[in-house]
Design a protein around this ligand. Structure first.
Ligand code: 5IU
Length: 452
């Protein structure tokens, strides 16, 4: 058995951790800097490291090893040599040449792959690697990391069902160095202070209040939505996925006081009429909520324009908000009118959705550039300039048999800093929709306030 502490002290001599003042990629000033790449310059230490990492996984259950590029590549290679378990290599660059493989090596679909990472911070590069490895049909269960910066990455991965094994946490490292007189107490305190404040800064920085978001927003519909939220102390959008106009009108009258908007799928109605829309509009005015047509436009601009303005529903005549995919590219959004708030779909709530990290990032980029877009539908946080709408919210169910996945209001506020929860069956299917609407409003508002 190799002694972990001894290994760390020898590695420290290679200069893998430096103390002082460093500016990180994120712009944050850090009192320490970690770079594990010099470990590959000492074959004996790299060998020891590979043995330690292999020992971390008590019950090995993998047929392949893959390192997150680049720093973990030599580590994964050494682990493969040590364990005689084959290595696969993930490419870092994907310049988009269609058939270029992202994984090199020999493997078969269904095999389980161990991932190796040098330092984990937010887990972002690991999530990208996991996605690519899984896309090739491989399974990821265990991940082994050399050093955890303790900024929330491991918790996020655990939540998604991955088991993360870490050799050291930054606290361990500091304790070991202090014990061996390599750090002074004053330095330790400074670092611990930074770690506490910094992990707070990254994962727990207070969210913007609706008042602050309103200042940031230029779009009148966004401002209006936020004003209603502040006035009613509600961030609840009820999704009334029923098929009769009378049911919608009835529910709208009953729960209108508790919601900021009612979300509709007008194309599921069996008896749509202009009179119905006019009546709904007057209820909306009286009860002070917006009409949100969840049309999920997803075609080329020209077709979307026809779907938006023409046909039976003439959505452009009455909707305050609409949803649109960005799958057809940014120009497809040009067809929506200025007075309607566009909510793009950056990430879906359903199991196995194709809206992965890369897709979401591109959707956000398009959304940030377009003045008609007020926010996105997503299941994770967004830049402050975009409002976050989160469906898949239910207090009593974890999901349905058709792919929907539910979270509680508390979780989506705490973890994603969502702005608006969208609740469908939790309200309209319940025996007492009024009571449930009140409950979701209260729960949503309480969860919002708890994150301030
Ligand atoms: N909706 C989702 N997930 C998504 C998107 C939209 O559930 O990713 I984009 C819609 C579908 C339905 C409502 O109209 O939100 C959720 O209803 P339930 O709470 O009944 O699942």
């Amino acid at each position: 058995m190799i002694d972990k502490e001894n290994f760390l002290l020898k590695s420290y001599e290679l200069g893998i951790i430096k103390f002082g003042e460093f500016t990180l990629k994120s712009g944050i000033q850090s009192p320490f800097y970690i770079d594990l790449r010099p470990l590959a310059s000492s074959p004996s230490l790299l060998k020891e490291l590979s043995e330690l990492l292999l020992e971390e996984i008590q019950e090995p259950n993998y047929q392949l090893i893959c390192g997150v590029p680049y720093a973990a590549l030599p580590m994964a290679t050494a682990m493969s040599l040590e364990s005689e378990i084959p290595l696969i290599i993930k490419r870092k660059e994907n310049k988009g040449y269609g058939t270029k493989k992202m994984l090199e090596g020999i493997f078969t679909v269904g095999q389980t792959c161990l991932l190796v990472e040098d330092v984990i911070t937010s887990g972002k590069s690991l999530f990208e690697t996991i996605e690519e490895v899984e896309r090739e049909g491989l399974k990821v269960k265990d991940i082994v990391v050399v050093l955890d910066r303790e900024q929330g990455g491991i918790e996020l991965l655990n939540e998604k069902g991955y088991k993360v094994h870490k050799l050291f946490s930054i606290q361990n490292v500091i304790d070991i160095l202090y014990k061996n007189n390599l750090l002074k107490e004053k330095e330790v305190l400074k670092i611990k202070d930074f770690l506490n404040g910094n992990s707070l800064a990254i994962s727990k920085k207070p969210r913007l209040k609706y008042e602050e978001k309103k200042e940031l927003q230029e779009h009148p519909v966004a401002k209006k939505l936020l004003s209603i939220a502040i006035e009613k102390k509600s961030n609840l959008i009820a999704s009334l996925d029923v098929t009769q106009t009378s049911e919608i009108l009835d529910l709208a009258k009953k729960i209108g006081d508790y919601v900021v908007a009612i979300k509709l799928h007008t194309d599921i109605l069996t008896d749509f009429s202009v009179d119905y829309i006019n009546e709904l509009k007057s209820i909306a005015q009286e009860k002070n909520f917006l009409l949100f047509e969840d049309r999920k436009f997803g075609d080329i601009g020209n077709t979307q324009q026809l779907q938006f303005e023409q046909g039976v529903y003439k959505i452009s005549d009455w909707a305050d908000l609409i949803t649109s995919h960005v799958i057809a590219g940014e120009n497809s959004l040009n067809v929506f009118s200025e007075n309607i708030g566009v909510v793009t779909i950056a990430e879906m709530s359903s199991k196995g959705t194709l809206t992965d990290v890369t897709y979401k990032q591109k959707a956000i980029q398009i959304s940030e550039k377009n003045s008609k877009v007020i926010g996105c539908v997503a299941q994770s946080s967004l830049p402050d300039s975009l409002l976050l709408f989160t469906p898949g919210v239910n207090l009593d169910s974890k999901g349905d048999s058709k792919g929907q996945q539910f979270n509680t209001p508390e979780k989506v506020f705490r973890e994603y800093y969502t702005d608006f929860i969208i609740v469908g069956r939790g309200i309209y299917k319940s025996a007492n929709p009024v009571e449930e609407a009140q409950k979701y409003r209260e729960e949503g508002w309480r969860s919002y306030e708890a994150t301030l």
